[in-house]
Design a protein around this ligand. Structure first.
Ligand SMILES: NC(=O)C1=CN([C@@H]2O[C@H](COP(=O)(O)OP(=O)(O)OC[C@H]3O[C@@H](n4cnc5c(N)ncnc54)[C@H](OP(=O)(O)O)[C@@H]3O)[C@@H](O)[C@H]2O)C=CC1
Ligand SMILES: O=C1CO[C@H](CO)[C@@H](O)[C@@H]1O
Length: 314
């Protein structure tokens, strides 16, 4: 059996656990229990965001766990993200401090710019009107991110939803003093992102794949969503051969691309299932089948902002 590492090295000198728990739409009254259970059974990486509006409940549980003492702060890898309204350089440290206070932490392991597009500070977080856009250059935002590292508030900093050209503006133009450690992007068999993953790898940027399960249940009922590979009967049957579920097959496929994944669940069985993916290998014909599912369809398009100067998916 081939061994897949359980952590990946970052260019900051730190390591990111390959499987993390997603928390988007993990609702109040559920998210804390989910995080507590995940950490109890061995998850060490939790993916949060200011935008998810649930950092306070997660912070309550993190405090409880760390106060109890058997898990130390340095054992955990907590991620959060700067939302689009706060791209002005002088807001970055302030917004990280706000997230840290909600999360009951003194530092974050990884702070990401959530999207390259900026909105005005006092606008709606998902504005309907282009008058809410700003053209603050994300290179300016990055200077604020670097200050988070300088002040000891973030161990690593990175990007999310950035395309090749946008990453190149940091690296080739040498606009950054501290290099992005991670680019968090949508990755699932419908959108396997092999090119962007390869591009990032060559530049020592680790990819974290979001929506790894293709939001299975919602994908059946949400107009415009590509149908999740978890619902493909062939993948369900494939799983039976290994004594695994379709979700485990898909996650195993994704981590073999050399990326981290952050499946979201608030259900104990599924939280457990999603990390039990290191004890089997996929046969070459199954990998070929999953490769063939790459239609390029995206879930998280934020297409309402397609006319924003920094929209990444043109
Ligand atoms: N940077 C960015 O812009 C983005 C980041 N993210 C991050 O990535 C995380 C994951 O993406 P997300 O959008 O949540 O989508 P996922 O692909 O992780 O799908 C989550 C859905 O799948 C269900 N599910 C979980 N495990 C299983 C399983 N084993 N079998 C069947 N269904 C399952 C969950 O339900 P249940 O909870 O009931 O188990 C939930 O409905 C987010 O939570 C967030 O942290 C996501 C989108 C954008
Ligand atoms: O993190 C996120 C969760 O998904 C949303 C889209 O469905 C994104 O807008 C957001 O970036």
């Amino acid at each position: 059996m081939s061994t897949i590492p359980t952590v990946l090295p970052l260019n900051s000198g730190h390591e990111i656990p390959v499987v993390g728990l997603g928390t988007y739409k993990s609702s109040s009254g559920e998210v804390g229990e989910a995080v507590k259970y995940a950490i109890q059974i061995g998850y060490r990486h939790i993916d949060c965001a200011w935008m998810y509006a649930n950092e306070a409940e997660i912070g309550h549980v993190l405090k409880e766990i760390l106060d109890e003492g058997s898990i130390k702060r340095e054992d955990l890898f907590i991620v959060t993200k700067l939302w689009n309204n706060f791209h002005a350089r002088e807001l970055v440290v302030e917004k990280l401090k706000e997230s840290l206070s909600l999360l009951n932490l003194t530092y974050i392991d990884l702070y990401l710019i959530h999207w390259p597009m900026g909105f005005k500070e006092n606008a709606d977080p998902l504005p309907n009107d282009p008058s809410a856009y700003t053209d603050i250059d994300y290179v300016e935002t990055w200077k604020g991110m670097e200050e988070c590292v300088d002040q000891g508030l973030a161990k690593s900093i990175g990007l999310s939803n950035f395309n090749e050209e946008q990453i190149t503006r940091y690296l080739v133009l040498e606009n950054c003093r501290i290099r992005p450690a991670v680019n968090q992007i949508e990755v699932n068999p419908n959108l396997n992102q092999k090119d962007l993953i390869g591009f990032c790898k060559e530049r020592e940027i680790v990819v974290t794949g979001y929506c790894p399960l293709g939001r299975a249940a919602q994908s059946q009922v949400t107009p415009g969503y590509p149908v999740s590979t978890l619902l493909d009967q062939k993948v369900v049957e494939m799983g039976k051969k290994y004594g695994k579920t379709a979700a485990q097959v898909v996650l195993r496929y994704l981590i073999s691309l050399g990326i981290a994944v952050i499946p979201k669940s608030v259900n104990e069985n599924r939280i457990q299932e999603n990390i039990q993916i290191f004890d089997f290998d996929l046969d070459p014909e199954d990998i070929s089948y999953l490769d063939s599912r790459n239609t390029g369809q995206r879930i998280a398009t934020l297409v309402a902002y397609k006319d924003h100067k920094y929209y990444p998916f043109r």
